[in-house]
Design a protein around this ligand. Structure first.
Ligand code: LLP
Length: 437
């Protein structure tokens, strides 16, 4: 269902009138304090549907959709994805613990990250009867560390080599990770050395190769280029392993990065990546291997919104539209993407105003930084009481902070046209108590 508008022009998510959530939360069975802005609202049905569609696109190829928890770590979302058969891609001991607590089996968890701490490795190696599915080793040095931790635990850790394929992804520089200058992964030129190191590690078992070239990819080109490279590397790893009596690889992990349409268009859909990948995997004769992907944004991004209240309109100069500020109660601490990447999220009235005409206004938050600016948007006059910031389901709450002594935003989870769960922030009083030390 996703985000839409009813005949009166009111914004709906998952079939629920967003304004009604705030005006009359008790009619949704929400008890306790009224719901107030800023608040994230998510459509669990649409999120589950996104995972289902992606899985179907593999057309019977053995696969695992490992949800990148960093995009959204809310329990109701992770559990809804787990119910669709998704696993998890985690980048910290905290995310690993969360994935397991949401019922994702260790066998369906992969762990990436350039600086895994000893305690985090111990958690990954010690999970379940055999540890997690794969620790993605990001350097040769890390292989030795994993081997040591596995030896201490009396286990064999399953690892993949995270390869830096040296591919330029057409995306924002801050989220491109597969090029030569990036800190991520093992450079192609060092793969031979990495395989040699594995041969000398008795507590490490090489099960796969992985890569992740960047996020918000709007075409499949660079992704498929990296995928072909990864499949070739997988074949040479197989040769190196089997020639020394070790087992061949059992998984190839192509990473995430599938883009969404933030209103400026997105040529490729997540299913296009999966279909193109299935073709490459079959062409390389690797159907018997498990194909992994690590999508984050594409599963949740379009199915979450940030609702904000309008505090006031501030006119710096008469008749200067660019300097008509619309000050809202959500700021860069709630949604960092505009301040950090100059990302533009569509901002619209929560209730359609009677007069559909509008004025361009700079929508800004309360935080004491000039980058606390959501960009210029056309909004009705007089301004609406509340606005909806769209496509905020990924990297929204997970990047939020209590900067400026602001409470984290509330989160509301919808399912079947009802409120399924609410996560309320700990609030400013608890923040004050903690800061007192
Ligand atoms: N796998 C690895 C190893 C990653 O580093 C990432 C994202 C993903 C998977 C998931 O990528 P996705 O499917 O979500 O594109 N905060 C930024 C995005 C940072 C992405 C970091 N890594 C943003 O708001 O655009």
């Amino acid at each position: 269902m996703g985000f839409e508008r009813d005949e009166s022009g009111a914004a709906l998510l998952g079939g629920v009138r967003l304004a009604a959530l705030f005006d009359d939360p008790s009619s949704f069975g929400v008890d306790g304090a009224p719901l107030s802005t800023p608040a994230y609202v998510y459509d669990l049905d649409a999120i589950a549907g996104e995972a289902r569609a992606l899985r179907e696109a593999f057309g019977g190829l053995p696969h695992l959709v490992a949800f990148a928890i960093k995009a959204n770590s809310a329990g109701p979302i992770v559990r809804a994805l787990a119910a669709e058969g998704a696993g998890a891609d985690v980048v910290s001991g905290g995310e690993l613990a969360l994935a397991l607590a949401c019922g994702i089996p260790p066998e369906d968890v992969v762990y990436s990250g350039v600086a895994k701490q000893a305690a985090e490795l111990d958690r990954a190696i010690g999970a379940g009867p055999r540890g997690i599915l794969s620790i993605q080793a990001e350097s040769i040095e890390e292989l030795t560390r994993i081997d040591e931790r596995a030896r201490a635990a009396g286990r064999r850790a399953r690892v993949s080599l995270r390869i830096n394929p040296g591919v330029e992804a057409d995306t924002h520089a801050y989220i491109a990770t597969g090029h030569d200058e990036a800190k991520f992964g093992i450079p192609k030129a060092e793969i031979g050395l990495a395989v040699e190191r594995i041969q000398s590690c008795s507590n490490v078992e090489l099960v796969g190769v992985s890569s992740h070239i960047g996020s918000q990819l709007t075409t499949t080109d660079a992704y498929i280029q990296a995928a072909r490279m990864l499949l070739t590397i997988a074949s040479s790893c197989d040769v190196a392993m089997t020639s020394t009596g070790r087992p061949a690889l059992t998984l190839v992990d192509f990473g995430g990065g599938f883009g969404i349409d933030y209103g400026q268009g997105c040529d490729a859909h997540p299913a296009d990546f999966a279909r193109a990948l299935a073709v490459e995997v079959r062409r390389a004769g690797r159907e018997s291997c498990r194909t992994l992907i690590e999508p984050g944004r594409s599963l949740v991004g379009s199915h979450g919104v940030l609702c904000a209240g309008v505090v006031m309109q501030k006119r710096a100069k008469p008749n200067d539209d660019e300097r008509t500020w619309l000050i809202v109660d959500a700021g860069m601490n709630d949604l960092l993407r505009p301040a950090l990447y100059h990302a533009l999220h569509r901002i619209e009235p929560l209730e359609r105003a009677a007069d559909a005409g509008g004025l361009p206004m700079r929508v800004v938050g309360p935080v004491c930084e000039s980058s606390d600016d959501f960009g210029t948007h056309v909004l009705p006059q007089p301004p609406p009481r509340r606005v909806v910031i769209r496509d905020a389901g990924a990297y929204g709450f997970t990047m939020a902070s209590e900067y400026n002594g602001r409470a984290l935003p509330t989160e509301v989870f919808l399912r079947g046209g009802r409120v399924d769960a609410v996560i309320r922030p700990r609030g400013v009083d608890a923040w004050v108590k903690e800061r007192l030390g």
